[in-house]
Design a binder for this molecule. Structure first.
Ligand code: URA
Length: 190
């Protein structure tokens, strides 16, 4: 019988003392997740920014505030979804995580996916989609295209921070959130 190596307690205990990559040297707090660990929809971002690092909670900065607002627009409640990131420690100056940093952190993300067992995974932005959906993703062409990966439906969309720079992407983003909601409720996607 396959034995799941992680339970939540082990995962949290391991993460709190993690030194698997250089990002541990500059973190204030490790940022593990927010929301409901039994959620049907899991959102995966890239990595914590300054405010997330300070508070130890994902998506609480400017992009997070916009994300909260647009979740509501789509009829989703932040408390009923699960939110996490590819890397759990802040990359300095908000640079993209290096591949070795993401690779070091991926076992934690895989454990989170296995423990939450969401129906739908939404990748927020290119970095998240690269590691979960398609290594060569082009977000502008592939956003909104649902793929079945094992037991999960995976939907890539824009990163909320992209909407702060390009407001015209907002309608597509909200439409992707609504698609995720319908998929999770097993409703036909219209
Ligand atoms: N951007 C991310 O990708 N994740 C966060 O938690 C915050 C900003």
């Amino acid at each position: 019988m396959a034995v799941l190596r992680f339970d939540w307690n082990t995962l949290y205990a391991d993460l709190k003392v993690c030194t698997k990559c250089r990002l541990c040297e500059t973190r204030t707090n490790i940022v593990i997740s927010d929301g409901d660990p039994h959620a049907d929809i899991m959102f995966i971002g890239e990595g914590p920014g300054r405010e997330e690092d300070e508070q130890g909670v994902p998506f609480v900065g400017a992009a997070g505030r916009l994300f909260n607002y647009l979740l509501e627009e789509a009829g989703l409640d932040r408390k009923s979804i699960y939110i996490c990131n590819v890397v759990k420690c802040r990359p300095p100056q908000n640079r993209d995580p290096f591949p070795d940093e993401a690779d070091a952190c991926l076992p934690y993300l895989r454990a989170q996916i296995a423990l939450v067992r969401p129906k739908v995974i939404v990748c927020l932005g290119r970095i998240s989609a690269r590691y979960v959906y398609d290594r060569d993703i082009q977000i502008s062409r592939q956003r909104g295209q649902v793929k079945k990966l094992g037991a999960f439906l995976v939907l890539p969309t824009y990163h909320p921070a992209a909407l702060l720079r390009r407001e015209e992407l907002t309608n597509d983003f909200v439409s992707d959130l609504i698609t995720a909601k319908h998929l999770a409720e097993n409703d036909p996607v219209t």
